[in-house]
Design a protein around this ligand. Structure first.
Ligand code: EPU
Length: 417
């Protein structure tokens, strides 16, 4: 098992290149199920979650090659319509195959994802939407079983703007008969990235990025070559790292427009931010001002940046309130940060953070993906050594991040124990 060892106290300086977005790549890879043929995707990040979805597709009969961030998938011989428990338990996002399997194979059998460390994470919006499109859905033995001879376009109102739910319904509706209008959908950039690839494949989708998406069903789709958009959460993690360590980082090949809300908050903490076309320069300043944050669906402050921002507030000057409005249990990192000397109290969905002069290094446990990133950030400013256990959470969603931080001047290394 790997651990990450960090000696704190080094400001970060230099340039870093952002990898492709995990949460854009996963639905786009699932979309290859929709039609047979060879797809090629560039800028695919090297991550455990990408390995997981590849393994799932291979089990269904796809041929996959991955080298130098280019992923080639041939779905010509796809024969299976099942996502078994062994895959789904490793990665909840496996649920993304449900919509496309139903559209192409007319049947899908997908293990129910269940909850995870950050919340219960139900999928009833996915299932209700698919029923509106005409699918017969039943739950048995921990699996969702769905079938539909013909999916038919429908007007669907989501109760909440679920990201993977919106993606599943878009993928199911592209081959449905007639028009589907999805209301109250998620507006994340990853939704637009998926819609762009589906349109390139021959789909007719408009409105992505807004809260209503219209899909005119088409008869067939074809394989394409596409490039995965940059990861906005990795970008945001580097932005916070610069603000936190008082360094100056230029983050290249990113998409600054995807990070407006985080950038506004960081500017309020005192960080200087300069935007260029495809890069952001962030310079940290001291003292760090305390700023309140509420997580919201895009374009609000991302829940996936909450843990990282909390580390910044834990050494800020004063008191801040961080409210988590997307997931019901996304404060698990708090107890680990407290062990490093942070002064944080939780009350329901609010974390009250009183800034302390410094954190101190400690052995800590990563509990989920973004919590792991927050512990790395904390370790980089803590006095002494921080040892992070269970870094497999980190490897699910950050492409060799310790190497990137090391090149920026952090004293960080991975060890096998
Ligand atoms: N929800 C329901 N019912 C549903 C669907 C969602 O109640 O049918 C609730 C969830 O329980 C949650 C909220 O709605 O409280 C938002 O969940 P959403 O469905 O939008 O999340 P997701 O699609 O499962 C994606 C990302 C997450 C990210 C969230 C929120 C992918 C593969 N995952 O999850 O990414 O936190 O959107 O932005 O796109 C991560 O990368 O670390 C990560 C967890």
């Amino acid at each position: 098992m790997d651990q990450i060892l960090i000696n704190g106290g080094y400001p970060l300086n230099g340039e870093v290149t952002v990898s492709g977005a995990k949460n854009a790549a996963l639905p786009i890879i699932a979309a290859t199920i929709l039609t047979g043929g060879r797809f090629t995707f560039h800028n695919v990040p090297i991550l455990k979650d990408i390995e997981s979805i590849q393994a799932l597709l291979v089990d269904m009969g796809a041929e996959v090659e991955f080298s130098d961030n280019t992923l080639s998938i041939d779905t010509g011989n796809l024969s299976d319509f099942e996502a078994p428990y062994e895959h789904v338990r490793k990665m909840r996002a496996s649920i993304l195959v449900l919509g496309p399997l139903l559209a192409r194979m007319k049947r899908a059998r997908v293990s129910l994802p269940g909850g995870c460390a950050i919340g219960a994470r139900p999928i009833e919006q996915h299932l209700n939407g698919l029923s509106h499109l005409g699918a017969e859905i039943s739950l048995a033995h921990g699996y969702v079983e769905a079938s539909a001879q013909n999916l038919t376009g429908a007007e669907i109102y989501l109760d909440l703007p679920t990201v993977t739910g919106t993606e599943n319904l878009m993928m199911a509706a592209v081959l449905a008969e007639g028009r589907t209008v999805l209301h109250n959908v998620a507006r994340e950039p990853e939704i637009t990235a998926l819609a762009d690839v589906l349109n390139l494949m021959g789909a007719d989708i408009s409105g992505s990025g807004s809260s209503t998406i219209t899909i005119n069903g088409v008869k067939e789709l074809h394989p394409v070559t596409a490039t995965i958009i940059p990861d906005r959460i990795e970008t945001g993690t580097f932005m916070v790292a610069a603000a936190l360590t008082g360094g100056e980082i230029v983050i290249n090949t990113c998409e600054p427009t995807h990070l407006k809300e985080l950038a506004l908050k960081l500017e309020k903490t005192g960080a200087e931010i300069e935007y260029r076309d495809r890069s952001i320069r962030v310079r940290g300043s001291h003292p760090i001002n305390s700023v309140d944050v509420k997580t919201m669906p895009y374009p609000g402050f991302p829940t996936d940046m909450q843990a990282q921002f909390m580390v910044l507030m834990s050494v800020a000057n004063g008191f801040s309130v961080i409210s988590e409005n997307v997931f019901e249990n996304r404060f698990i990192h708090v107890s680990e940060l407290r062990r490093m000397g942070a002064d944080i109290t939780i009350s329901g969905s609010h974390a009250m953070v009183r800034g302390v002069p410094e954190l101190s290094g400690a052995p800590v446990m990563a509990t989920d993906l973004r919590a792991s990133a927050s512990l790395i950030l904390a370790g980089m400013i803590a006095r002494g050594t921080t040892r992070i256990n269970r870094v497999y959470h980190l490897d699910r969603g950050y492409d060799r991040i310790e190497k990137k931080f090391s090149r920026l001047g952090a004293s960080i290394k991975r060890i096998s124990v």
